[in-house]
Design a protein around this ligand. Sequence first.
Ligand SMILES: [Zn+2]
Length: 134
Amino acid sequence: MSKAPSLILSVLKTQCPHCREGYLFKHNNPYNLSKPILDMHDYCPVCNQLTEIETGFWWGTGYVSYGLSIAVSVATVIAFSLFVGWKADYSFLWYLIANALILAMAVPYLVRLSRTIWMSFFVYFDPNWREQKK
Ligand SMILES: [Zn+2]
């Protein structure tokens, strides 16, 4: 039996949690804004796993997205502290502006990552997915 593809890599590449091979989104580049960012396959193109498991399934993605935004903000606060530092001037305002821009630029990828992480909470990797193709 071949080695299972990495969970972290497949999540970062927004791949199906069931087979870790198929891409969940129809267009791979989330920054191609001429295409809908959240245009997903109804079923995984590789293993045929249903993506929207039930009506309103993506509702919980908001919690994941919120957590990711907080994680990005914590990372930027640490980076700002290390590389710029806090002074009694407008540095906090500059931090807020920079963080808002970084978050806004990350949105297309973060919303896709949120859906992939959310789906991974409910759909587990099956090393024998080829034999039990849905
Ligand atoms: Zn799949």
